[in-house]
Design a protein around this ligand. Structure first.
Ligand code: GUN
Ligand code: ZN
Length: 454
């Protein structure tokens, strides 16, 4: 019997999924232009995102007919919701969920009083595993799908993060923390053992699935010159690895570094002279750098992970983002939990707006949202994989409600009625947080969803 002329019910190939909703992403850096200029903004309301085998394969108006072979694919109906690339948090500490919101100290006391004692517990692999699971779930529950993460000095803590992220095909960048001085017993390594642990982690994890290794110098004061040299050699030997650290966060810290490294031109120079500053370097904070330092960062293509809620909470200072932009320094956005007070990148954008406002600059929603998506992806060299809702990119997506609660819902209605998309997004960014999140997908798989979005 011939099937010609009959109309067999199509069956959906496994791994296909269609999302309906309003799609927002970016194609260029909007800069510090006015909202009206809307540079690089790509707004695709009432569209369908077609996902197959973990990747976006098409984004098309919902009204456009689907190819026949897509007609049986399951649909998640998020009409009226925002679909965006998952956020990229370029600096966050897994073990510090244990000390988030700790009272009363600036950086150096905060490390000694709260952070170091908490990190010591991660020597136990069971604590590391439990912590990694809790932490990654928390990222997803805040709409973050990629992160550059500090674990602890213990190899097991990096291992646990790699294992958990790999099990969910999540793009993660991490590496065991290097610190061989000025830290308590149980949190110090030594140069030789640290090198062996890093090389082993690189061999086993760097480039496995979506995992990438970062040479992770905690900050200059907790590494000897010998350890910094070893770290620089790792960066040179294993091209393609990242480097993450802290720099010029707090004025007491800057003075301490100057006393520990009297030969260095500046705090940044301590890292630069050992070859640690390349295009894959992610340096948290950078509040107290000078113009010379910023020129070095620009030349190397390194990025500052601006951590607004942390800078406010620890009283570290006001990062001048507009100046960094003028001087050509790459800037991404980070939560820096537990110095930061929220994993929500929306809350961190709200804090970033206030930090710039105090310095006479107005941060648009365009610039903030670009920075936490395509901007970070570009600075990490990953724009062909993450940061936009683009055919070929991984389907790492977050789905958002515009408003939660009566005040936000009222304000959102007025913003919507104005017909000004920037106003609506700015209200969402400023009033929103993780309660606005309806669902998170990584590589096309749902890793988080609320009951309402089920
Ligand atoms: N500098 C060195 N270690 C840390 C840390 O854990 N958090 C912050 N915010 N700064 C640091
Ligand atoms: Zn940090």
């Amino acid at each position: 019997m011939s099937l010609a002329g009959s109309n067999p019910t199509p069956t959906a190939p496994a791994g296909r999924l269609i999302l309906w909703g309003d799609v927002l992403d970016f194609t260029e850096d909007p800069g510090f232009a006015t909202p009206k200029e809307a540079l690089g903004v790509r707004w695709r309301p009432d569209h369908a995102v077609l996902i197959e085998a973990g990747r976006v394969v098409a984004v098309q108006p919902r009204s456009q007919a689907l190819d026949v072979d897509w007609q049986a694919a399951p649909v998640q109906d998020h009409r009226g919701r925002l679909i965006m690339p998952g956020f990229i948090d370029t600096h966050v500490h897994c073990p510090q969920l244990d000390v988030i919101a700790s009272f009363g100290t600036a950086l150096l006391d905060w490390l000694n009083t709260y952070t170091f004692p908490a990190e010591r517990r991660y020597a136990d692999p069971a604590v590391s595993k439990d912590g990694a699971q809790r932490f990654l779930k928390a990222l997803w529950a805040h709409g973050t799908t990629t992160a550059v993460v500090f674990p602890t000095v213990h190899k097991a803590s990096a291992e646990a993060l790699f294992e958990e992220a790999d099990a969910h095909a999540m793009r993660l960048i991490t590496g065991k923390v290097l610190m061989d001085r000025h830290a308590p017993e149980g949190l110090r390594d030594d140069v030789d053992q640290a090198e062996r642990d890093c090389v082993d982690l690189i061999n086993r994890w760097h480039g496995k699935g979506r995992q990438a290794f970062a040479v992770t110098v905690r900050f200059a004061p907790t590494s000897t010159p010998e350890q910094l040299m070893m770290a620089g050699q790792l960066c040179q030997t294993y091209a393609g690895t990242y480097m993450q650290t802290h720099v010029a966060e707090n004025q007491d810290e800057v003075r301490w570094v100057a006393s520990l490294f009297p030969d260095a031109r500046s705090y940044l120079d301590v890292y630069d002279r050992d070859g640690l500053i390349g295009a894959r370097a992610v340096l948290a904070h950078g509040i107290w750098l000078d113009a010379n330092d910023r020129a070095v960062l620009r030349e190397r293509g390194a990025q500052i992970a601006h951590s607004p809620s942390s800078n406010l909470f620890l009283g570290s200072g006001l990062f001048d983002w507009a100046q960094a932009q003028r001087e050509g320094v790459n800037v991404s956005l980070a939560s820096d939990v537990g110095g930061g007070t929220s994993l929500s990148m929306l809350r961190n954008m709200g804090d970033a707006y206030k930090i710039q406002a105090l310095q006479g600059t107005r941060l648009t929603a365009w610039k903030a949202l670009y920075t936490a998506t395509l901007g970070a992806a570009r600075h990490l060299g990953l724009a062909d994989e993450i940061g936009s809702v683009e055919p070929g990119c991984m389907a790492d997506l977050a789905i958002w409600d515009w408003a939660v609660g009566d005040v936000a819902a009222h304000r959102d209605r007025l913003a919507q009625a104005s017909g000004d998309l920037h106003e609506r997004l700015f209200v969402w960014m400023t009033l929103g947080d993780e309660r606005n999140l309806a669902g998170t997908l990584i590589a096309g798989q749902t890793v988080y969803k609320t009951r309402a979005a089920a």
